[in-house]
Write a protein that binds this ligand. Sequence first.
Ligand code: C2E
Ligand code: CA
Ligand code: CA
Ligand code: CA
Length: 281
Amino acid sequence: AAKRDGTGVRAYSADLDEGQVERLVLLPDLRRALERDELDVFYQPKLDLAQGAVTSAEALVRWNHPTLGRLAPDVFIGLAESTGLIERLTHNVLAKALRQCREWQDAGLELSVAVNLSARNVGNPALPARVAAALAEAGVPAHRLTLEITESSVMRDPERALPVLRELEALGVALSLDDFGTGYSSLSYLQRLPVCEVKVDRSFVMGLEVADEARTSAALIRSITGLGASLGLRIVAEGVESAEVLEELRELGCDVIQGYHVGRPLPSAEFDAAVRVLNGV
Ligand code: C2E
Ligand code: CA
Ligand code: CA
Ligand code: CA
């Protein structure tokens, strides 16, 4: 938004929104970050209630920015998606997460790893071959990998996304539907997706503790776990911050619990130590 201000000096109108600022300031940095390997992967435990043990970990990316410090994904994932850098970012996170999974395997920790995909990844026909290559390179069996997708990323272009998802399923990779209940939430659509897990969106779990939302949140979660039971899906609740909510979710029929109450996302060494305590190994 360049303007002339009458003095011949170029001034800039202050109408850049936050997104544009991020774009201008962070884009060159993000490109460099991928080259210089400034991305770190943190791991958050997923607690299986039936087994009473952590059986999986979600990989969550962090950016160690040289001057801004550690940046959360909300700050740069959108930028990576809109510029196409998400392809490299996802591949980087996937490779690191699978390497980590292999280390757990070698150390006798039976853990699977879950990696988030964005819309562009899900619409890329080259994804299944890349995933297969990454699994082979790390020496991790496909069933140890879960890919978390969202309804909105599938709905952006279902004709492209569905064949990609079916190929991933055929590889033996598990698919999880993240942020469930926030998007189109077409329950019939769920049947068409080759997912084996559904993650109830954090907002409904948090709603359990809000006085005038508690009943509708509970009813909604119960309808999702009921559907899950009849379709043979594993139901994960995320954003669980207290023992009370964990117990309520157990009663509502959730299978897996994720949230600060079980464990925050941690760098791998700290995560390993925390899981050994939680699992008593
Ligand atoms: P998400 O996939 O829904 O991940 C869960 C987010 O909730 C994480 O935020 C996690 O730190 C946070 N969380 C977990 N437990 C709790 C809790 O008990 N309370 C609260 N308040 N929050 C909790 P994070 O790590 O900041 O990630 C935000 C989003 O960024 C993720 O949401 C995901 O959509 C995206 N993301 C993260 N890593 C990646 C990645 O490697 N690739 C892609 N494409 N997206 C990623
Ligand atoms: Ca996720
Ligand atoms: Ca989520
Ligand atoms: Ca989310």
